[in-house]
Write a protein that binds this ligand. Structure first.
Ligand code: AMP
Ligand code: TRP
Length: 333
């Protein structure tokens, strides 16, 4: 059976190794399975749930699209577009916000984290963000949604919204409840400076992450400076949980070399970090610097990116317009 895949990434600054291993690498694998039909969206409407500088936003939309393409997403095989260019997302989000319940949204942990202590000052958009995400997915009848662990709760909300809509409007199976696709291995890449913190765009330390557009020298330098501990590398997985930095670096190596953690452990068991880091730095440079070079090349040709996004939007619009037309009919508009 054909799987319909939909996923989105916010254009909120440089993508990094965590985004690549946790999301984009998986997008590419899914795309390359001929049984899948994939749609990948630069979710710019989601980005504006927190304040954005308009010029920066425009730049970040292009950069995220460039990172998709440079990482191996092929606009001829997958639909690649930006959310704000398909009006049905905002329209669908309104209709679904009348289906979703306050109680459901009040349970969303990401809102609590992002709004922080002063939630009175958070935008309403940030609060209803998961409903827009549900609209993104449901408009395309997506059956599978690859996301990081942090998005699991939002996906459950999408399922609840789909089921309630179908029930409320007596429209069995009209909206398809999507399945999450969450990677079991290497789902969370941690900061290079603190193995207990997620690698993140918002970390003030540049040394905490490898950006997808870093130069080879920058990558090499960051890996060499990554935090470690004073023990030699382990010979089994058992004690790794108490050595978060070692676990993270071994995980990065395993993921990028497409081998299991235990194979990586066996390869480096008993060796010291400086030898391991040398190999790891070379591997990260090998995998990431071609992407970095390609991103920077693509970014020089804005017309090329804009053309891909417009083409993608046209294809997405076709699907989403048809769905929203039927959605509105069911509601009684
Ligand atoms: P974000 O940058 O938060 O919009 O995330 C885009 C995608 O990358 C989502 O699917 C996240 O789950 C994933 N992601 C972000 N940071 C990491 C990380 N440190 N490790 C693994 N996956 C991540
Ligand atoms: N909320 C997701 C994130 O922050 C991004 C996103 C928006 C998304 N719409 C989506 C992911 C639809 C999957 C499907 O990472």
């Amino acid at each position: 059976m054909t799987k319909k895949i939909f996923s989105g990434v916010q254009p909120t600054g440089n993508l990094h190794l965590g985004n690549y291993i946790g999301a984009i690498k998986n997008f590419v694998n899914l795309q390359n399975d001929p049984n899948n039909f994939c749609i990948y969206c630069v979710v710019d409407l989601h980005a504006t749930t927190v304040k954005q500088d308009p010029k920066e936003l425009k730049k970040n939309i292009r950069e995220t699209a460039a990172a998709f393409i440079a990482s191996g997403l092929d606009y001829k095989k997958s639909i690649i577009f930006n959310q704000s260019s398909v009006p049905a997302h905002a329209e669908g989000s309104w209709i679904l916000s009348c289906v979703a319940r306050m109680g459901w949204l009040n349970r969303m942990t990401q809102f609590k984290e992002k709004a922080g202590k002063d939630k009175e000052k958070a935008s309403v958009g940030l609060y209803i963000y998961p409903i827009l995400m549900a609209a993104d997915i449901l408009l395309y009848d997506a059956t599978h949604v690859p996301v990081g662990e942090d998005q699991k709760q939002h996906l459950e909300l999408s399922r609840d919204i789909a089921n309630k809509f179908n029930l409320d409007f007596n429209a069995p199976n009209f909206l398809i409840a999507p399945e999450p696709l969450i990677q079991k291995k290497f789902a969370r890449i941690m900061s290079l400076k603190d193995g207990n913190k997620k690698m993140s765009k918002s970390d003030p330390s540049e040394l905490s992450r490898v950006n997808l557009n870093d130069s080879s020298d920058e990558i090499y330098n960051k890996i060499k400076k990554a935090k470690t501990d004073s023990e030699p590398l382990p010979d089994n997985e058992k004690n790794l949980s108490s050595r978060p930095e070692a676990e993270n670096l071994l995980g990065i190596y395993s993921s990028l070399s497409d081998q299991s953690l235990i194979d990586t452990i066996n390869e480096f068991s008993g060796k010291n970090f400086s030898e391991f880091k040398d190999k790891l730095a070379n591997l990260v440079v090998d995998k990431i610097s071609p992407i970095s070079l390609e991103i920077n090349k693509i970014l020089k040709d804005e017309n090329f990116i804009d053309k891909i996004l417009i083409e993608g939007s046209q294809k997405a619009n076709k699907i989403a317009t048809e769905k929203i037309k039927n959605l509105k009919k069911i509601v009684g508009f």
